[in-house]
Design a binder for this molecule. Structure first.
Ligand SMILES: NC(=O)c1ccc[n+]([C@@H]2O[C@H](COP(=O)([O-])OP(=O)(O)OC[C@H]3O[C@@H](n4cnc5c(N)ncnc54)[C@H](OP(=O)(O)O)[C@@H]3O)[C@@H](O)[C@H]2O)c1
Length: 248
């Protein structure tokens, strides 16, 4: 039996891109999906598609910037399936612009979704994972969590934070003997709806050019699947997945 069969997997930001692709891939391998995002019609459609293919999925409209809603998503998973095996901590936004453009609202949103949302999701699943003495938390960082480039300063800051949170969480759980695995996933350019979150025309033009080489979200879904399907004593801690021709 695959190490994914019957695992209960929460995915935040499941309504498009990498989250949606991961949901489809994991459902095809027998996982029970708990889908969260803000756009209900997308979640409903995805749930329908998974069920039509013989998979299992439930959803709950969830804004990760609300700690209450994140706790409710985890509680819903526990109520419906009795456990949470995996969190794919994926919701994120990327409104890029040079700092001098002073898009302070967008900085706040990025910090709220990309950092606080990631922490709220960890907070929501950690108690039950610790109690059952097993679990897997997969955080979506980025190549921007390893590199820094003009226009991406705040986004890079949030993705560096995700990588720091992943490593800190890994060390804390490893020393506590909870059997909780932590995987930090850092994609390069991937086709999704992420670029639509950049409102600044100059940055958007640069990103459109850079993303001409983007790979499919399925590539990242397969990497996430690989990390989950390892035996429970094997933790894939860090993965960088770029298009073959991406330089930076
Ligand atoms: N695409 C890339 O090139 C790339 C590269 C490196 C890292 N990443 C990371 O991969 C993750 C997924 O991005 P993607 O490329 O798949 O982009 P995407 O297609 O735009 O998906 C982002 C998801 O996040 C959700 N989301 C945004 N704000 C949210 C909020 N406040 N609460 C709950 N959900 C929220 C969106 O759903 P709703 O709008 O329905 O809420 C959507 O499902 C992000 O963390 C991103 O930073 C992507």
């Amino acid at each position: 039996m695959s190490n994914i069969q019957d695992k209960v997997v929460i995915i935040t930001g499941a309504s498009s891109g990498i989250g949606e692709a991961a949901a489809i891939e994991l459902a095809s391998k027998g996982a029970k999906l708990v889908l969260g995002a803000r756009r209900e019609e997308r979640l409903q459609k995805l749930q329908g598609e998974i069920e039509q293919s013989g998979g299992t999925a439930i959803y709950k409209v969830t804004d990760v910037t609300s700690q209450t809603q994140m706790e409710e998503l985890a509680a819903y998973a526990l109520k419906k399936f009795g456990k949470i095996d995996v969190l794919v901590n994926n919701a994120g936004i990327m409104p890029q612009a040079f700092l001098f453009k002073k898009k302070v609202d967008e900085w706040d949103q990025m910090i709220d979704v990309n950092i606080k949302g990631v922490l709220y999701a960890i907070a929501a699943v950690l108690p039950s994972m610790r109690e059952q003495k097993s679990g897997h938390i997969i955080n979506l960082s980025s190549v921007a969590g390893h590199n820094i480039y003009p226009g991406g300063t705040v986004y890079c800051g949030t993705k560096h934070a995700v990588r720091a949170i992943s490593e800190g969480l890994r060390q804390e759980e490893a020393m506590s003997g909870t059997n909780i695995r932590v995987t930090n996933v850092s994609p390069g350019a991937v086709s999704s709806e992420l670029l639509a979150t950049t409102s600044d025309a100059e940055s958007k033009a640069g990103l459109d050019e850079f993303y001409k080489v983007a790979i499919d979200a399925d590539s990242i879904a397969r990497a996430i699947t690989f990390a989950i399907e390892q035996p429970s004593d094997v933790a894939i801690n860090e993965m960088i997945i770029r298009p073959t021709v991406q330089v930076g």
